[in-house]
Design a protein around this ligand. Structure first.
Ligand SMILES: [Zn+2]
Length: 290
């Protein structure tokens, strides 16, 4: 039986969807202005009105590099927070265990790319004691995202935790950029904003193919339709403009799309449905998802 694939072969790179913890957020907040009668047909809903979400870090591997895109939600949570957000690391849902299952040790990771500073994206970059978990890697984050994470007065302070990133700063492992940064030939981080001030896309160009990691610009396969913008987004008008520009490009140019929060199908194409709206076509694979 075919199921949604978690692995993609490009000419020079292997792209693997890893696992960190599963969690859940309020369904209404995840779909913004979309009425519940519409979104509840798309996803299971928990009794507390949250919906199940994954954190899928991605591994980009070529002959010489092991790039980790978005470390994960991590394990530094109180029992109360774990219960509130349904944080679940069972079944190998831990970024380091998941990397090991793909044949990569934590100290073999060469680059860690973080699209923005929200806790569900960077919480796994340090361990419970605050030690960096990828000690040999160059870590990159947009400069305005580091500033937001270190500023307790930020408007969206509930989305950032200073302790997620301070240890990396102290260890001299964290580098920042503004606008756009070429990490390696063919691998770029492009700051777009909207969801947060500096949220970035990660673009991998390889042998005429493009793979794009969408962070929270398109968090799940149910967020490809343009008006489906999360209530968490700092600037919804900007998110709409960013999404219209980049989703259109991804669909027109046949990109592979890598989705961080999708619990079912993390890799696929953006296509247009019969009404001309954008939709998601998952990459199918023979293997059951690990
Ligand atoms: Zn997120």
């Amino acid at each position: 039986m075919s199921s949604a694939a978690r692995r993609l072969e490009l000419p020079r790179h292997e792209v693997v969807a890893l696992h960190d913890g599963d969690f859940a957020l309020d369904g209404g907040a995840m779909f913004g202005v979309v009425p519940r009668v519409v979104w509840e047909r798309l996803t299971p809903v928990n009794p507390d009105h949250t919906i199940p979400l994954a954190t899928n870090p991605f591994l980009f591997r070529d002959g010489g590099h092991r790039v980790l895109v978005e470390p994960g939600i991590g394990r530094r949570w109180s029992d109360k927070e774990r219960a509130m957000f349904h944080v679940d690391h069972s079944g190998g849902r831990d970024v380091v265990e998941s990397l090991a299952a793909a044949g990569v040790a934590a100290d073999e990771v060469t680059h860690v790319l973080m699209t923005h500073g929200h806790w569900d994206h960077v919480g796994a970059v340090c361990d419970e004691e605050g030690r960096p978990r990828f000690p040999k890697a160059e870590h990159w984050i947009p400069e305005v995202e580091l500033e937001a994470a270190l500023d307790p007065g930020h408007l969206r302070r509930a989305s950032y935790r200073r302790e997620d990133l301070q240890p990396l700063v102290d260890a001299g492992l964290l580098k920042t950029f503004r606008g756009e940064h070429e990490v390696l030939p063919g691998l770029r981080m492009v700051e777009v904003g909207g969801h947060s001030d500096g949220v970035s896309l990660v673009l991998l160009e390889d042998g005429g193919e493009t793979a794009c990691f969408w962070a929270d610009v398109v968090p799940t396969r149910n967020h490809v339709h343009l008006p489906f913008i999360m209530a968490y987004d700092q600037n919804a008008a900007k998110s709409f403009a960013v999404r219209r520009e980049w989703i259109t490009r991804a669909a027109d140019e046949g990109w592979w799309n890598l989705l961080y929060h999708d619990p079912v199908a993390p890799i696929g194409r953006f296509v247009r449905d019969a009404k001309g709206r954008f939709a998601f076509a998952p990459l199918e694979g023979a293997e059951a998802s690990a």
